[in-house]
Design a protein around this ligand. Structure first.
Ligand SMILES: NC(=O)c1ccc[n+]([C@@H]2O[C@H](COP(=O)([O-])OP(=O)(O)OC[C@H]3O[C@@H](n4cnc5c(N)ncnc54)[C@H](O)[C@@H]3O)[C@@H](O)[C@H]2O)c1
Length: 423
């Protein structure tokens, strides 16, 4: 019989978990999930995501409440009490006081600017993204060293840190496996345990790679413990908790900077504008639904790393290329919602390979933490259509539909992409 590699799980009930970035797409969803599992949830946010999206003239197209109303609704509908403080992660003194007070056993760090195009707009935006992300994480590591060295840090990175390796070699989970070797000049070395090369695809992704190195070293020097989660692109709108009441919904963005690909495709289909594939659409990426991502995070929190352990997990449930995604959204939109969906190819404003090998390894979450995907792409796309075709949401998409097409070029140009062909 195959020996189980599953890590032991701690009881989540009563566990003190602090979520940094608790007002965000994932942070809010996780807060409700953990609260419903009996964790003592606390969190901070400085509301910057709301400001960044407003600066781009957009809004969450699924209406969301302010934090006060969200907390009230969580109390009323789910019986969850969340200790929230409006705080900038970079305010180290206030952060230190809050962490000292709460004494979290686990800290989930979502509090970063998550947008590649936003980081490529101009020098000001690039500097803001790197300042916010890199210095926020760096300061947090010092606070953890001094105040809660035993707490685990579940840090959000992205699959985009790896890029798409030129050699086409597998994308391992952060480090090379023990058997990997380097042959050169008639000699051979083991690469096992060494960090694999990173090839970040924007200045936002560079900030994540800098975090990776900082967290890796902090675990080594200060005996901190961390899971660094290389997360794929998230899609969807549903968990039992966020769907329990309109006031509990999590944000959903569609603008060029803050919307992610599947979510934007569904919005385009609902608005009756063509789905836009950048370039050939042969770019392949890892994806995971909102619900599955929450399951992964819950499992990582309940099986914390050992002191000094830095472990990377690749958090995806599968890979698809962009054309395939457009096909799925097209099919569900047409067949299940009767929408006249059109798909088109436009110029690609990014610098990225248009078709390439892509072989990510994503074994740790299923093998060591027991993750099993429960949501298919088709199912979650269906649910997203259900929500986005509601008239009040559809109106909010139509109001902002001119913000979906990209105008930010990696070259520094600012101009609308042109259509190459309608498929
Ligand atoms: N959504 C995805 O598809 C995806 C994919 C891979 C990785 N990630 C990573 O996951 C994390 C969460 O992503 P998300 O989609 O929920 O983003 P989000 O922008 O919705 O959430 C991040 C939250 O952090 C807050 N924040 C940012 N900087 C802060 C600071 N200095 N102090 C306090 N609060 C701050 C923002 O206001 C926001 O509410 C990010 O680190 C992102 O890079 C997301």
């Amino acid at each position: 019989m195959k020996e189980s590699k599953l890590k032991p799980q701690k009881k989540l009930e009563g566990m003190r978990v602090m979520i940094l970035g608790i007002d965000g797409y994932l942070g809010w969803t996780l807060a409700l999930r953990l609260g419903s599992l009996g964790c003592e949830v606390s969190g901070i946010d400085n509301q910057s995501r709301r400001r960044w999206v407003a600066e781009r003239r957009s809004h969450s197209i699924v209406p969301i409440e302010n934090m006060e109303n969200r907390l009230q609704a969580a109390r009323e509908v789910l019986g969850i009490e969340i200790a929230y403080r409006e705080l900038d992660l970079l305010d180290r003194s206030a952060m230190q006081d809050f962490i000292q007070e709460v004494q979290p056993e686990a800290i989930v760090h979502y509090a970063e600017c998550p947008s590649a195009p936003y980081s490529m707009l101009d020098a000001e935006h690039a500097i803001e993204v790197q300042r916010n992300n890199v210095l926020g994480t760096l300061g947090l590591l010092f606070i953890m060293r001094d105040v809660v060295p035993e707490a685990s840090l579940v840090k959000l990175g992205t699959m985009g840190e790896y890029g798409t390796p030129l050699s086409g070699r597998p994308i391992f989970e952060g480090v090379f496996p023990p058997e990997a070797t380097l042959h050169w000049d008639d000699r051979e070395w083991s690469l096992g345990g060494e960090l694999t090369p990173r090839d970040p695809s924007s200045l936002y992704h560079v900030s994540k790679v800098q975090d990776t190195i900082n967290v890796f070293e902090a675990c080594k020097w200060w005996n901190l413990r961390s899971y660094d989660v290389m997360q794929g692109v998230i899609f969807g709108v549903h968990t039992d908790q966020v769907s329990a009441d309109p006031r509990l919904r999590t944000r959903f963005d569609i603008d060029e900077c803050f919307g992610t690909v599947i979510n934007r495709f569904v919005a385009q289909a609902v608005a009756g504008i063509p789905l836009t594939i950048y370039g050939t659409g042969g770019q392949t990426r890892g994806f995971i639904s909102l619900e599955d991502a929450m399951q992964c995070m819950t499992r990582l929190i309940s099986s914390p790393p050992e002191a000094g352990q830095y472990e990377v997990v690749n958090q995806i449930s599968g890979t698809r290329d962009i054309r395939e995604l457009a096909e799925v959204v097209n099919r569900v939109g047409k067949d299940e919602f009767g929408l006249p969906v059109v798909v088109q190819r436009v110029e690609n404003p990014r610098v990225e390979a248009s078709s390439h090998p892509f072989e990510p390894i994503y074994e740790k979450l299923p093998d060591q933490f027991g993750f099993e995907s429960t949501v298919s792409l088709e199912e979650e796309v269906h649910r997203t259509f259900e929500l986005l075709t509601q008239p009040h949401v559809r109106d909010r998409i139509l109001e902002k539909s001119d913000l979906i097409l990209p105008t930010t070029w990696w070259s520094g140009d600012q101009r609308l992409v042109e259509t190459i062909e309608v498929l």
